[in-house]
Design a protein around this ligand. Structure first.
Ligand SMILES: Nc1ncnc2c1ncn2[C@@H]1O[C@H](COP(=O)(O)OP(=O)(O)OP(=O)(O)O)[C@@H](O)[C@H]1O
Ligand SMILES: [Mg+2]
Length: 521
């Protein structure tokens, strides 16, 4: 016994420590590979996997790649993080015990991802057809400390600061090339494809720039969003069919125009100016465009933007495949240059509104601290920054096209001017079909004649065609419309507008606007 013991100890003494480590490494690799083969899915198994891997790393080092949810000082959301999250959603749903769920495009579906501390493995086929296993782990760290110590929680100006999440990929050193050159690009591609399937369109609005506060050099996103669920489509938008087709063709050309824009050396963006009286479907048209193109909408409230620099930052944070909207551009800010100054002063004296019509909507009042200028807006539309990212539509709406500075709406900035006009007979027939499901009716002739004599917006026509009780049907709704049109005709002959109010200067000006646009065309 003693001899054996002494001989084995002398044998061990004879071996250098490097050989011992190599032996352990070989032994460990065998054990480890068997563990892998067993594919233990129980809690104990997965727990063991994790510790076993850590132990194995002592002799066969693991490398890691970390992908943070936010990148850069601007706290811009990382596309890579979202792609990895999307890619891992299927395997997380299958293998992970604790999951986080978010809504998906399909109202009943959920997009699942693993919570912090969970991990999933993935298998990559190497060039020699062997399977290589890699592991993804989810982590998070608390946000940076505030001055007073402790982490940002519900304190810090009352803002909730979420943990910073990240994924870390572990793989063996010998698979470095395969993982970096083949695996990672491939999961980004696959992640993007999953994102397209699950994507919910979003409606963003800008947060007042006063609230973009710094947290240790990091700035909160300038946009907040809700899921965009507007039902309006071109199928339910009443307008001249030829004009509608022209707009849809234009959108198609834009969406598929990546190569064209690159070839002619233009930034991949297009400006639309929608103008016309209130209730003619300008906002409805934007919703239809977003649904048609499958784009997000960024609705900029210009009065909450306090400088040209902030406006540029807002632009940088928009993603491609989006429509950037500024509604009622004429009354958001004083962007009309010196031409309006005199009239404004007069309006201010007698307490009137700046756009000469109805009093300004409370949220449309010019913010005293807003320093966005016309030149800032011009730069926003077609300055050097506007080329960042590509595939963006910029849409302005206005009720008073004539009041806008020509520089703002010239071609190249607002490439396509679309006039949204009062309801014509074609549009009426379309609305009658949509709202009442009738193609013809004895009252159609009367409506046709009256529409050629008086102006009524599609919004008003649609309201009259909407059944108000279970007793309402096509007959009663059309009769109500005819009555309303006759009333409007009577008001017109008395010099009043369609609603029986005295006509103001502005309404006359609108007629001139039409001429301007006709010339543009
Ligand atoms: N051409 C149209 N076809 C179908 N519905 C319409 C049309 N125009 C307006 N409507 C309906 O009328 C309502 C008001 O339309 P919308 O808000 O788009 O008008 P607008 O031109 O944006 O008005 P404003 O200038 O006051 O913002 C919406 O419910 C919309 O669905
Ligand atoms: Mg509108």
């Amino acid at each position: 016994m003693e001899a054996t013991s002494s001989s084995s100890s002398s044998l061990l003494n004879g071996l250098n420590s490097g050989v011992v480590l190599s032996l352990i490494a070989v032994l460990w690799t065998v054990v480890w590979q068997n563990l892998q083969r067993l594919q233990l899915q129980t809690l104990v198994g997965r727990h063991m996997n994790r510790h076993a891997r850590r132990l194995a790393a002592l002799v066969d080092p693991y490398l890691s790649v970390t992908i943070h949810e936010y990148e850069g000082g601007r706290m811009k959301r990382s596309a890579a993080y979202e792609e990895v999250k999307a890619y891992l959603s299927a395997s997380s749903a299958r293998d992970v015990r604790h999951l986080r769920a978010e809504g998906a495009k399909d109202a009943d579906k959920l997009v699942l991802s693993m919570v912090d501390g969970e991990e999933v493995s993935d298998v990559v086929a190497a060039d020699d057809s062997t399977d290589v296993t890699v592991w993804w782990c989810a982590y998070s760290t608390p946000p940076p400390r505030t001055d007073g110590g402790g982490y940002y929680g519900w304190g810090g100006g009352g803002r909730a600061q979420e943990n910073r999440r990240y994924y870390r990929l572990f793989f063996l050193d010998r698979h470095r090339e395969l993982v970096i050159n083949t695996y990672l690009p491939s999961i980004r591609r696959q992640g993007r494809a999953v994102m397209v399937q699950n994507r919910q369109r979003k409606l963003f609005t800008n947060i007042s720039t006063h609230n973009w506060s710094d947290v240790d050099g990091l700035v909160r996103s300038a946009w907040s969003h809700v899921v965009f669920e507007h039902p309006k489509t071109f199928d339910t938008l009443a307008m001249d069919p030829a004009k509608k087709k022209e707009i849809m063709d234009d959108l198609d050309m834009f969406k598929n125009g990546k190569d064209y824009y690159a070839r002619v050396g233009k930034a991949w963006k297009r400006g639309y100016l929608l103008h016309g009286p209130p209730g003619t479907g300008k906002s409805a048209m934007i919703a239809a465009m977003a649904n048609y193109l499958d784009y997000d909408i960024y609705d900029i409230e210009l009065t909450s933007v306090h400088s040209n620099t902030d406006l540029r930052k807002l632009f940088i944070e928009t993603t491609s495949k989006s429509i950037i909207v500024i509604e009622d551009i004429d009354c958001s800010l004083d962007l009309t240059g010196a031409r309006k100054k005199k009239k404004e002063a007069a309006d201010d004296d007698d307490g009137g509104s700046k756009d000469g019509g109805a009093p300004p909507k409370p949220d449309m009042k010019k913010d005293a601290s807003s320093k966005v200028t016309l030149s800032g807006l011009l730069n926003f539309i077609d300055g050097l920054w506007s080329a960042c990212g590509g595939e963006r539509l910029i849409v302005f709406t206005t009720n008073h096209v004539k009041k806008l500075d020509p520089a703002l709406i010239r071609r190249g900035r607002m490439d396509k001017h679309i006039e949204m006009s009062y309801c014509c007979f074609e549009a009426f027939k379309f609305l009658a079909k949509t709202y009442l499901d009738v193609d013809s009716h004895r009252l159609f002739a009367a409506v046709d004649e009256l529409l050629s004599e008086v102006d009524m917006t599609p919004a008003d026509v649609a309201e009259n065609l909407t059944p108000k009780s279970l007793d309402d049907n096509a007959d009663t709704c059309l009769a109500a419309l005819v009555k309303e049109l006759e009333k409007a005709k009577e008001n017109k002959s008395k010099g009043k507008n369609a609603h029986g109010e005295d006509k103001d200067e502005d309404e006359d000006e609108e007629d001139d606007d039409v001429e301007v646009v006709e010339k543009d065309k």
